[in-house]
Design a protein around this ligand. Structure first.
Ligand SMILES: Cc1ncc(COP(=O)(O)O)c(C=O)c1O
Length: 338
């Protein structure tokens, strides 16, 4: 008998952890226990994480920071749990790894988030985000070579020879790795510290500016480079679409509704933060002035999603969309591949 649907092992993580964990769990037939965040602070209570641990829990996850609100999870507290139960803690530094590593030197000190924290056994860190390298290479760090060895695969009796591979991806481009290395060398420690200083400063300026706009409130104080806002006065997605019309491409959030900006090098150029704040003020003023505003595209999408009780339908539609992008029968002009 082939057992295809065991769901034996599970991992425990805040609900804000990236969907990449869900994707991996779906591939490996693992379960995820998602720890809700407090509706006001948008932070997890570590007590709830403790309650979710069972004998089948094989990993705890903390983000540094998470994508939706840019919050760094309480890594030291989660590490204490990890040590108490003997479960490895993975820190997802994919988004902010190349910022948090330099924030101390850039004048924005953080609590320890890495192998200084004893329960942390692995850390992921995307070079193509704040490492400014081309996409296609990334970093996973392990506390010990023994843990790393579980990633390696070898087959000794294949007619094609002895096969050994270090990662899930098989053939990989040496060109991407060379570009990644060259970029790291180009910036060097000083370059990364300087870029980090500018990005974190721009982040705080945006947070400060947005928090002063009547109708907007910060969902969380930005721990790193993400500023997220919501509104108690109007549908926040109107602002998202208003800013889109002015050329800004920010991300929509849900549960609670909001939008966020992940601040990049682009936003540190002269005048960019000021322009964003001016455009936001204008968009909000237009919304407040327009009574009975009709729904804008993002408001419709998120509004509809909230009304669909069975979210698998929404997933099916999203997968149909992906399929349609591959469908050669559809004229190129009708599909937009992001
Ligand atoms: C916090 C975080 N974790 C993980 C990932 C990795 O995602 P991907 O599967 O696209 O590499 C991302 C990418 O945006 C992220 O922001």
């Amino acid at each position: 008998m082939v057992i295809t649907n065991v769901f034996f092992f599970s991992s425990v993580m805040p609900i804000t952890a990236h969907p990449a964990f869900h994707k991996a769990s779906a591939y490996f037939k693992m379960r995820i226990k998602r720890i809700p965040v407090d509706p006001k602070t948008l932070e997890i209570d570590v007590k709830n994480m403790r309650r979710a641990i069972t004998k089948n829990t094989c990993m705890l996850v903390a983000s540094a920071p998470n994508f939706p609100h840019g919050t760094i999870d309480p890594i030291e507290d989660i590490s204490n749990l990890a040590l108490e139960y003997g479960i490895p803690l993975h820190v997802d530094g994919c988004l902010g790894g190349f910022l948090i590593a330099f924030m101390g030197q850039a004048g924005f000190p953080l609590k320890p988030f890495d192998f200084r924290v004893p329960g942390v056994m692995s850390i992921s860190c995307d070079t193509h985000k704040y490492g400014y390298t081309p996409k296609g290479a990334s970093v996973i760090l392990y506390r010990t070579p023994e843990i790393r060895s579980h990633q390696f695969y070898a087959l000794a009796d294949w007619p094609g020879g002895i096969y050994a591979s270090p990662s899930i991806a098989g053939s990989r481009s040496g060109y991407i790795i060379a570009c990644c290395w060259a970029t790291l060398m180009y910036y060097g420690l000083e370059g990364y510290v300087e870029e980090t200083r500018k990005i974190i400063q721009a982040t705080r300026d945006i947070a400060d500016g947005w928090s002063k706009i009547d109708g907007l409130y910060l969902l969380h104080n930005p721990d790193v480079s993400v500023v997220s806002v919501g509104s108690e006065k109007f549908n926040i997605y109107y602002v998202l679409d208003g800013l889109r019309a002015k050329g800004w491409h920010l991300n929509g959030l849900q549960n609670p509704p909001g939008l966020h900006i992940a601040v990049t090098q682009l936003h540190t150029q002269p005048g960019v933060v000021e322009k964003l704040l001016k455009d936001t003020r204008q968009s909000v003023a237009e919304i407040l002035k327009t009574k009975n505003m009709s729904d804008t595209p993002t408001a419709v999408i998120y509004g509809t999603n909230q009304k669909v009780p069975d979210k698998s339908l929404v997933c099916d539609i999203a997968k149909l969309y992906i399929g349609a992008c591959y469908d050669t029968n559809i004229p190129a002009t009708t599909t937009e591949i992001k």
